[in-house]
Design a protein around this ligand. Structure first.
Ligand SMILES: C[S@@+](CC[C@H](N)C(=O)[O-])C[C@H]1O[C@@H](n2cnc3c(N)ncnc32)[C@H](O)[C@@H]1O
Length: 219
């Protein structure tokens, strides 16, 4: 991920006396809706991996709401992994593992983490290049078990269009910081998911003009 991103791309802050715990206002806003989405589409039990977990606010909610899934949070950033572990320790949930390091864009991780019944990726694809996004999708597809589900949530272009003034502004900010990154297009997503061997189950409009792709690996 570019180190020159606009600050709006990845806002997470530490509160005084919160220790390693970080808080992202965006995660606090979208956590209930994404949890409800997963409760509709996720398998009831098995292994769930969150890629690029961020602060840990999401995985704690997911694990609390879906207690028969065993959750593996991941992130590339050690400060985020420490935050994830602190949120998980505070929540005291038995079904959240310690966060592990994972570069979603590395070309080799899918086989190492094979056997996932669910993989969740929230708000990363617009922050990386198209080849890196394609690599992440391919590796997630490899890591899924037959019958497993992939959920990719974030801001996307719809059929080539930026669909709000706020999205146009954010995408322009991202591309100014790094011309390689920015919003991915729903048309590309459909092609990338299909070429990775996944079947699109649903595209769900989410609040704040976000979109969630739900895709499945054939059983
Ligand atoms: C915008 S934040 C989203 C975090 C969280 N999913 C959320 O929505 O609150 C992007 C996250 O991706 C992580 N990240 C960036 N590049 C990554 C990569 N190549 N592989 C895995 N994680 C990455 C960052 O450390 C950060 O936690």
């Amino acid at each position: 991920m570019s180190d020159k991103l606009p600050s709006s791309a990845s806002v997470a802050h530490a509160d005084a006396d919160a220790g390693p715990k970080l808080f992202a206002p965006a995660a606090a806003r979208n956590v209930a809706d994404i949890t409800a989405l997963l409760q509709t589409h996720a398998p009831k039990s098995g292994r769930a991996m969150e890629v690029a977990s961020g602060t840990g606010q999401h995985v704690v909610s997911f694990a609390g709401a879906m207690p028969r899934l065993h959750w593996q949070p991941t992130d590339i950033d050690p400060a985020r992994r420490a935050s994830i572990d602190a949120h998980a320790a505070e929540a005291g949930l038995p079904n959240v593992a310690r966060a592990i390091t994972l570069d979603a864009t590395a070309a080799d991780w899918g086989e190492r983490h094979a056997g996932q019944d669910l993989i969740v990726l929230i708000n990363l694809l617009h922050l990386i290049s198209a080849p890196a996004a394609l690599c992440a999708i391919n590796e997630m597809a490899v890591a899924l078990s037959p019958g497993g589900k992939l959920v990719c949530y974030g801001p996307f272009k719809r059929n080539g269009q930026l669909t709000s003034a706020g999205d146009a502004r954010f995408d322009a900010e991202l591309r100014t910081a790094d011309p390689e990154i920015g919003y991915k297009d729903s048309l590309d997503m459909r092609g990338w998911l299909g070429n990775a061997g996944l079947t699109i189950i649903a595209e769900v409009d989410m609040p704040a003009n976000n979109l969630a792709f739900i895709a499945g690996k054939p059983a």
